[in-house]
Design a binder for this molecule. Structure first.
Ligand code: ATP
Length: 365
């Protein structure tokens, strides 16, 4: 499975020129307002006809200006999930779910409906109307409706942006299940790095109508050179580890490629592969192994790269076995410690600084 997208289009004052390919999984389009995300999504959906480009999903051409192929929107088999759900208010949840299949002219599929209802936890809601659903429940129904339309691609345009943090937390596990079980490529628009770190396999960062970074999420987020494109506040690395123990004092232990992390209890059985986002600003550095300190994670690392920003901050990339961690420290500290490539030191990470929302199952792809 793969997606291959190129969109070139001139609007007054800006030319959008975006091209990327991505393997199976969730491809996140990340960028500030005006970066060009919606333009790309609209071209893929068939709502905008760009002057040049193509969208090829698993070898199926949705449009290609070179070969003059242009499938009309209703023939593209795209499941679209918007920020605001857009359910039909007069229909029940069940009717809303079935609408996707009916509109796509697909035969009724009770087994498929049951599967999606289970996957998204909609069983209790089937006879309710959207007016009686919470924001998160509405979004789950919208996702179910999109999945039931038998899509070759799911387009999700900021699907969590209208929800508060608690609701986002509720819905993220469902999105992870879809990512891992539904076998449908997902193009996911977001400007939230924590969300992207949980869900995405590929990250495509846009700025001013251009791709400034793209690649596997773990690689792009751990690249200190990418920080200016992703935003200093959002800088942080994405690690994969295995839950190796749950301790009686409400901590879980995660085995990394080298060493272990202690984090607040994770609701996943021992042996589960998890993804952890560690924010660069939560990592401290020490030349000597700190003793008599409250932080539980003291990781022996080697400095890979030191990148000076325009301000007081420095981004330090660290190697811990095969994993890469980012630390954000002041220039003054970096100078004081003599941080340079190859230096052995200790990264200190407080267990409680890794919020529950920064841990989720790792993608099954
Ligand atoms: N129909 C249009 N006519 C003129 N300019 C447009 C049109 N559509 C988009 N643009 C311009 O193209 C650029 C990219 O817009 P786009 O909506 O794709 O960005 P975005 O990243 O999706 O932003 P947001 O997160 O705010 O939705 C912006 O500068 C916008 O003003």
């Amino acid at each position: 499975m793969s997606i291959d997208i190129a969109v070139r289009h001139r609007f007054p004052g800006i030319e959008i020129d975006v091209a990327f390919t991505a393997p199976q999984g969730v491809t996140a389009l990340f960028g500030r307002s005006g970066a060009g995300k919606t333009t790309v999504v609209n071209a893929v959906a068939g709502l905008l006809r760009p002057s040049f480009g193509r969208a090829v999903i698993d070898g199926r051409i949705l449009f290609d200006t070179e070969s003059r192929t242009w499938l009309p929107p209703h023939k593209r088999r795209i499941g679209y999930v918007f920020q605001d759900g857009r359910l039909f208010p007069h229909m029940t949840v069940r009717q809303n779910l079935l609408y996707g299949r009916w509109f796509a002219k697909l035969p009724k599929d009770e087994a498929g409906l049951r599967h999606i209802v289970d996957l998204l936890g909609l069983g209790e809601l089937l006879s309710r109307r959207p007016g009686a659903l919470s924001g998160g429940e509405k979004q789950r129904v919208a996702i179910g409706r999109a999945l039931l339309s038998g899509p070759s691609l799911l387009l999700m345009d900021e699907p969590l942006a209208a929800l508060d943090e608690t609701r986002k937390e509720e819905i993220l596990p469902y999105l992870e299940r879809i990512r891992d079980e539904a076998q449908v490529p997902i193009l996911y628009v977001s400007h939230s790095m924590p969300e992207i770190a949980r869900l995405a396999t590929t990250l495509v960062a846009l700025r001013d109508g251009r791709v400034v970074r793209s690649g596997p999420v773990e690689t792009v987020t751990a690249d200190p050179d990418a920080v200016t494109d992703l935003g200093v506040r959002d800088a942080g690395s994405v690690l994969t580890g295995i839950v190796s123990a749950h301790h009686p004092d409400a901590l879980s232990e995660i085995r990394l490629s080298k060493g272990s992390l202690f984090l607040p209890r994770i609701q996943a059985p021992v042996g589960t592969s998890v993804r952890i986002r560690i924010e660069a600003q939560d990592v401290m550095l020490a030349l000597d192994k700190p003793d008599r300190i409250s932080a539980l994670n003291i990781l022996p690392v080697d400095v890979v790269a030191v990148r000076q920003g325009a301000g007081p901050g420095v981004m330090v990339q660290l190697a811990l076995g095969d994993d890469r961690i980012l630390a954000r420290v002041t220039r003054r500290s970096a100078d004081g410690l003599g941080l340079r490539s190859g230096l052995a030191c200790y990264a200190v990470v407080k267990s409680v600084s890794v919020a529950r929302g920064n841990v989720g199952p790792s993608p099954a792809v």
